[in-house]
Design a protein around this ligand. Structure first.
Ligand code: HEC
Length: 249
């Protein structure tokens, strides 16, 4: 009787965990392996290029309304450089990175309004973003003509296709019980070679990570400072302790 009760509890707990896992999407993306994003948050040149790509290709549809343009001066750029090269609207340097696109129009065009990207890198992670931006493929079933391997039925068209080219999905039929392996093949090359496009997306993701947490590098520097201080304080305190207690022992 007692054992039955605990068995029941265990089964219910197991089912609950399974449902939670399925709900969190842990199973949904299992088939797609994410590529590691080769980013370096201390590489200013990469961040500057990434910021430029973001302004040119993303800010037309997506806002970044928690970031001000003057944030870009932390990437080793002067206010003049930011104003001249990176503000493509009539916004001022202290303005937030809002978008001209009207949310109602966006909903009518895409079915879903493009989400704000200020903290997107914290929501999805760098590897997901890096893989996502390289995983668009042609799909005639979709209104936009595009689909994405890591974000099925995505409403975003492949805005970088001129650079990357056009990929198509190739599904290799597995034996019964085996996985069907889906790979992307570059059917029509773009302006960039695959290597150049990887670098382009890495820079862009590097910038998205910076924008989502601009203090990250400062925090790491402060962290090192604190550790060095504690190490020195330890040496001094230990020496003092020896000095005080040497007559007692
Ligand atoms: C033509 C408009 C348009 C442009 C330009 C555009 N996007 Fe999108 N994007 C969308 C729409 C619409 C969605 C919503 C997709 C959905 O939910 O199905 C989206 C979704 C996304 C998502 C997924 C958001 C999430 O977590 O659900 C990311 C990441 C993203 N875009 C990044 C970018 C980046 C980076 C750029 C610049 C290279 C960019 N987008 C340019 C329209 C656009």
């Amino acid at each position: 009787m007692k054992i039955d009760f605990w068995k029941k509890c265990l089964v219910q707990w197991g089912l609950g965990m399974l449902m939670a896992l399925a709900g969190s999407g842990a199973f949904a993306n299992q088939a797609v392996k994410l590529d590691h994003a080769p980013i370096d948050p201390s590489d200013m040149a990469s961040l500057q290029r990434g910021a430029q790509h973001f302004m040119n290709y993303c800010l037309t549809c997506h806002s970044a309304q928690f970031a001000r343009y003057d944030l870009l001066t932390r990437l080793g750029l002067t206010e003049e450089q930011v104003k001249k090269n990176l503000i493509l609207t009539d916004a001022k340097i202290a303005d937030y990175m809002t978008v001209v696109l009207n949310p109602k129009d966006a909903k009518a065009w895409f079915g879903v309004p493009p989400p704000d990207l200020s903290v997107e890198a914290r929501v999805r992670g760098a590897d997901w973003l890096y893989t996502y931006l390289r995983s668009f493929y042609r799909d005639d079933q979709r209104d936009s003509g595009w689909n994405n391997l890591v974000f099925r039925q995505v409403a975003m068209p492949h805005v970088l296709y001129e650079l990357q080219g056009e990929q198509v999905l190739k599904v290799e039929e597995g034996k019964p019980g085996e996985h069907h392996a889906a790979t992307l093949v570059l059917a029509k090359p773009g302006k960039m070679s695959p290597k150049e496009y990887d670098q382009f997306t890495a820079d862009l993701v590097n910038y998205l990570v910076f924008m989502a947490e601009p203090m990250q590098q400062t925090r790491i520097r402060i962290g090192y400072g604190v550790m060095i201080f504690l190490a020195l304080a330890f040496v001094v305190t230990r020496a003092l302790k020896h000095e005080y207690w040497k007559d007692v022992h």
